[in-house]
Design a protein. Sequence first.
Length: 318
Amino acid sequence: SSGINAEYGAGVPLWRFVVDIPVPDLVAMIDWSYLSDAITEEEIINMLTENQPFKEERMKRLEKEGYPAYITSVGWLGYSDEKVTRLTREKLEEGWTAFKMKVGVSQEDDMRRAGLIRDLIGPDNTLMMDANQIWDVKHAIQNMEHLRVFKPLWIEEPTSPDDVDGHAQIAQALRQHNIGVATGEMCQNRVMFKQFLKLHAMQFCQIDSCRVGGVTEVLAIMVLARKFGVPVCPHAGGVGLCELVRHYSMIDYVLISGRMDDRMCEFADHLHEHFTDPAQVEKARYVLPKEAGFSCQMKEETIKEYIYPGGSYWKSQN
């Protein structure tokens, strides 16, 4: 990302800065090493060039409609059924149509909670599941054979995030049920993503803006995902991630994929009040960021309160 860092100084949002970089300059900024067995330089240039005539139209659409999002905040493990019910109903009233729940405590608990959420959201809304690496390959397949009755779009991180072959086995087993495998939040670099994509081990590419090393590395991954026809659905389940990854989703739509119909960006509804440019969602769609920068600046009062060990919060704990 040194090229991006060296050039970035304009008073525009990061997403806008990136999509306005001329294609030859952008390609030169990105490290494409170790990827030639998956994508050629000609393919990269053609992919980015063919999208240039549509940039203005796509930016206007983002300005008008925003970018599709899904909500994670209704289905955390440890929530009572009453809390899950209340939160799901609240989000339905706000206009949300895609919901993610956590699984992996026990088959009985997973089945009960999945049935509860599916009944609440109805058959036409989208349900996703996230196992957070809890199962081995065999148990992942077995458990999803039971959970498939709730028609999840994907199972996220069903096994070790480093097990490319394991994810491929799970993906193959679940293909007959139209359940995809989503993963990537723990992958640190483009080479890992290359392996997942080439072996058809992920059907949804979940880049993480803090796990992967910088803007240009993420751009390389998103270009790879486009090559293999895999939608990018960024991970944003942590503090500040929603603020960051919305920029990548905008870049993906405007510059790389040109699609919003088969992808969405995660939204977790907490702690946005600590950022100077907080992520905004209206009617289940991310609002286009307009302030300059990458939206990652925390408020001074938050830093003073929570910086460890001298912040006022920590002093009050003594």
